[in-house]
Write a protein that binds this ligand. Structure first.
Ligand SMILES: [Zn+2]
Length: 174
């Protein structure tokens, strides 16, 4: 009797970069961040929540670092390689070295000032178990901060074979 797809239910697809299961939709995506449009929309909604509901959050920059590091592209565009590299350095600073996420823009600037080459990094183990969707629907700023930190740590771990390269780049910024 049923065709299996009920009227009014949206079709879901997996984001090709992070695996988040999101509504299939047409929509804008970042020029060189190859997210599914529904994944990019979830990221946008989370950023909007940070401005409105969680304005006092300490992890605003960490959301960007985690998202960009989890959507590396295929590395054919130099901006892909640079984006994933610098955001991984920022994740390293926050997660391993305890830097406050508010310092992330300074870390990014320092990396860009010191590094001239951005090697192509490839994940050997996939994008990790958590996606941007794990950080949405927080009920308080504390809940939001905890969800974002857990997601960011998962993203950082998913790149573990490249941790020595990233740590060296962070150390080179002095
Ligand atoms: Zn995604």
């Amino acid at each position: 009797m049923s065709s299996g797809r009920q009227r009014g239910m949206s079709v879901k697809i997996a984001c090709p970069q992070c695996g988040a299961v999101v509504p299939e939709m047409d929509g804008p995506v970042h020029a060189y961040v190859p997210s599914a449009p529904g994944c990019w929309a979830a990221f946008g909604a989370l950023r909007a929540d940070e401005m409105l509901r969680f304005a006092g959050s300490e992890v605003n920059n960490l959301v960007v670092d985690a998202y960009m590091a989890q959507h590396p592209g295929d590395g054919t565009d130099r901006r892909d390689r640079q984006s994933v590299f610098v955001h991984l350095v920022s994740l390293c600073a926050v997660i391993e070295r305890g830097a406050p996420p508010s310092r992330s823009p300074d870390v990014l600037r320092a990396v860009l000032a010191h590094a001239t080459e951005f090697p192509l990094l490839r994940r050997a183990r996939g994008p990790g178990d958590l996606t941007v969707l794990s950080a949405t629907e927080a009920t308080s700023v504390e809940d939001h901060d905890a969800r974002v930190r857990t997601w960011a740590a998962s993203v950082w771990d998913s790149w573990r074979e490249h941790h020595p390269t990233i740590r060296a780049a962070l150390d080179a910024t002095g």
